[in-house]
Ligand binder design. Structure first.
Ligand code: FAD
Ligand code: DLZ
Ligand code: SF4
Length: 514
């Protein structure tokens, strides 16, 4: 199967979220002299207790991609999770491959997690061969460029980074000017959504035999992990992910902007793309996704606010989050600006709570390993922030439950944007909101046992008292933030009796929570 041992030049390791043929590790690979390896390993499957649909998605996509690697002419060493000889970890699998194949060198594209990079740094000494870790050129901004951008600034404002990226990529640019005359059309993107029976449906893909086998394996090997694994309808091959992209651009992108912040019961996907899991795992390239949106805009099929809003998420937020992660790790993982210690309540794993917004979003998360941005930020994230949950717990939960979750993107979104645990590196103020915001942007409150208009007392929406309690509790850390001047002024105008009622309502709720 392999050429004589002495002839193997490079052993090329492809990780489970590196499922692209144009990967930097494969650049210059010689099918005659190099061997590619991929491995399903328990260490990756258990370093957090992943949602079962995420596991099925990753393993099925890996197995499908393995076929593409072979079709491209490469010799592939693929270890399945249940293979008897499976060493259980990347390091163990590389050790076995090095011993069996005696390559001159190991090549890998840099991983998306600090944990894995740390392990790789020991490999050269351990295996006695050079280990070449190449940059991941799927990203549009290199580590060096991000560091250079950050070094020039006091604060790392995403909007400034994003404008640089627009200029650099040329996306939605008319010469030196932004298309439509503005950099950011968010003001047009804050509408609530109404039930719409005519809204098109997102493409669903029938599991093939490979996916069916993986689903059965996940059910067998991970019976206690959370989440449903059926019905499984995500794309697991590039060919299908491309169909999902085309379908999104045609059917949903035109209205992406206007409902971007909306939440609606029974409609978990609205006009969102559901593409993050495909982009992050390597089935789609972020450039081709942006180019598809730009082409539709130039052809007059998509308004500028939608195209801009969508492209900003990818060349702005996505690249920015990755930049922050690598700039700030490893200390970033320990960030806990408010010193929060409360454990995450059990209902995060079951959805069983009488708060309708949380039970809806967590329930949809358990069903699909998906929630859209505002659900993640303003429902589950907002609740954890207001309730003073330990940010490390919150981070672990997000890493477990979403099919698109890898630390490089999940951690800055959770620790930074959502929990403000980094003290304001990512966000200029905490994304904290009372029930009023949730009521404005969703239809959740009409089906809730709590009253969103009641401010205090046992039937009041818990977000209302928790919001004021959060501001009060963290006054020392937040009062200098000028973006919070207005709520602190409102708090200051309340009578001491009213403030005390808020505190007591919050304390009663939190006591029941633990
Ligand atoms: P759309 O709404 O269709 O957006 C288009 C694309 O923009 C997404 O596919 C994604 O690639 C990109 N994008 C949008 N917002 C962000 C963002 N804030 N950071 C990075 N990329 C973004 N995204 C992940 O990919 N993995 C995560 O683990 C993750 N964890 C998150 C945790 C929290 C607390 C929050 C607030 C956000 C998180 N996000 C994460 C960002 C965002 O919520 C998801 O990218 C988005 O919901 C994915 O759904 P979609 O593909 O339908 O996105
Ligand atoms: C997420 C994941 C899982 C569940 N399993 C594997 C695996 O068995 N083999 C693999 O190569 N990758 C897996 N992954 C993705 C890795 O966790 C990911 O590549 C690293 O965290 C680096 O981002
Ligand atoms: Fe959520 Fe409060 Fe609305 Fe209930 S009333 S759905 S708890 S915001």
């Amino acid at each position: 199967m392999y050429p004589p041992l002495t002839q193997i030049r490079n052993l090329i390791l492809l990780l489970g979220d590196q499922l692209s043929l144009p990967m930097s590790s494969l650049s210059g690979a010689d099918p005659e002299r190099d061997v590619v390896m991929m491995c399903e390993v328990m260490e990756e499957a258990t370093y957090v207790s992943h949602h079962r649909m995420k596991l099925a998605f990753v393993f099925s996509a890996m197995r499908h991609f393995a076929e593409e690697v072979k079709l491209a002419g490469f010799r592939l060493r693929y270890t399945r999770l249940e293979d008897e000889e499976n060493a259980g970890s990347f390091s163990g699998e590389v050790a076995l491959a090095v011993e069996a194949l005696k390559p001159e060198r190991l090549i890998v594209t840099e991983p998306g997690e600090w944990r894995v990079l740390s392990a790789m740094r020991s490999w050269s000494d351990r295996f006695g061969i050079p280990v070449e870790v190449r940059p991941d050129w799927r990203f549009l901004c290199s580590h060096r460029d991000f560091r250079a951008w950050a070094a020039k600034r006091q604060g790392l404002l995403m909007e400034h980074f994003y404008r640089d990226m627009r200029r650099r990529t040329g996306y939605l640019m008319d010469g030196p000017e932004p298309a439509g005359g503005r950099w950011n059309f968010d003001a047009a993107n804050r509408k609530p959504a109404k039930p719409d029976l005519l809204r098109p449906r997102h493409l669903q893909f029938e599991p093939d035999a490979v996916t069916a086998e993986v689903i059965a394996m996940v059910e067998r090997r991970f019976p206690d992990n959370i989440g449903r694994v059926r019905p499984f309808f995500y794309a697991v091959r590039r060919e299908d992910a491309l169909k999902a992209l085309a379908h999104f651009v045609k059917e949903f992108l035109p209205r992406f902007g206007e409902t971007q912040d909306a939440m609606l019961s029974g409609d978990p996907f609205l006009n969102h793309s559901l593409l993050s899991m495909y982009i992050n795992i390597g089935l789609l390239d972020p450039r081709e996704v942006c180019e598809a949106a730009e082409t539709a805009f130039r052809a007059g099929r998509v308004p500028v606010n939608a195209a801009e809003g969508f492209i900003r998420q990818i060349i702005g937020w996505r690249e920015y989050m990755r930049g922050v992660y690598w700039l700030k790790m490893p200390d970033y993982a320990e960030s806990n600006h408010f010193g929060n210690t409360r454990p995450l309540p059990g209902f995060f794993w079951t959805g069983e709570t009488d708060m309708n917004c949380l039970s809806t979003v967590i329930g949809e998360t358990l069903d699909h390993a998906y929630a859209h941005h505002i659900q993640r930020l303003m429902i589950t994230g907002n609740f954890a922030l207001l309730a003073g949950i330990d940010p490390a717990d919150v981070h672990r939960w997000y890493l477990e439950v979403y099919a698109d979750a890898y630390e490089w993107v999940e951690m800055p979104n959770v620790i930074g944007m959502s929990q403000f645990a980094d003290g304001g590196v990512v966000a200029t103020k905490p994304y904290a909101a009372s029930g009023n915001y949730i009521n404005r942007m969703s239809d959740y409150c009409s089906g809730c046992r709590y009253s969103v208009t009641k401010k205090t007392g046992p039937d009041s929406c818990p977000f209302n008292s928790l919001y004021w309690d959060f501001l009060d509790r963290n006054r020392e850390k937040l009062r200098a933030n000028h973006r919070l001047a207005q709520p602190y002024a409102t708090w200051g105008r309340m009578s001491e009796e009213q403030r005390q009622t808020y505190r007591e309502t919050a304390a009663n709720f939190l006591a029941r929570l633990t």
